[in-house]
Design a protein around this ligand. Structure first.
Ligand code: IMP
Ligand code: MG
Length: 183
């Protein structure tokens, strides 16, 4: 039985199980494998720190090819549950992106602000193309128009922790997803 957990001042309840996540992440990996099997192009993967690292490990180990992998860090959330609405580039891409076809790995697409910012930033920096694979997609909160190329699961517009998602840097190491309990 999976139980509620407390992080700081809030209670979170179990939301997505390890099994459901694994199946959904494997599915994304298979779709990416199928798409790039027939193609000469090998995309490079850019993992967004810190949240996407957990998803990235599970996804990347399922790939049938060996792409270059780098990191990038933007920040939009402060330490609470509300987006600041402003994106900062905290760490520039750690590998050469000029002329490359990039797949961003994200933990979650919420309003889409981060995705739009990164997309435009990478194209402006000389990337040939920019796509995204996100673990989760909060479709109801999404305010942009660009498609999310791949996502493992759609989720409710609730604050989540686990599998890289944090509340004030806590909760990232939980192997499943929890949602804020509202009474
Ligand atoms: P967006 O720019 O509004 O799409 O937000 C994207 C970023 O906000 C993600 O990369 C996460 O770091 C963070 N975020 C969005 N929703 C949640 C959540 O429910 N829990 C924890 N972090 C979140
Ligand atoms: Mg993040």
């Amino acid at each position: 039985m999976v139980e509620d957990i407390v992080i700081r001042d809030h209670v979170f309840e179990p939301y997505i199980s390890r099994e459901e996540l694994d199946v959904a992440i494997n599915n994304v990996a298979e779709r990416i494998n199928t798409e790039y099997k027939a193609s000469k192009e090998v995309p490079i993967f850019l993992i967004t720190l810190s949240g996407a690292t957990f998803f990235a490990v599970r996804l990347l180990e399922k790939l049938s090819f060996t792409p270059k992998i780098g990191f990038v860090k933007c920040s939009s959330y402060a330490s609470g549950m509300k987006s600041l609405g402003k994106i900062k580039m905290a760490l520039e891409p750690t590998i050469e992106i000029s002329g490359k076809n990039i797949i961003i790995l994200e933990d979650i697409v919420d309003t889409g602000l981060t995705w739009k910012y990164l997309h435009d930033y990478l194209l402006k920096s000389g990337a040939n193309s920019v796509r995204i694979a996100s673990m989760l997609f909060k479709e109801e909160a999404y305010k942009e128009t660009a498609i999310i190329d791949w996502y493992a699961l759609k989720v409710e517009d609730k604050f989540l922790v686990g599998m890289g998602l944090d509340y004030g840097e806590l909760g990232r190491n939980l192997p499943t997803i929890y949602k804020l309990k509202t009474t």
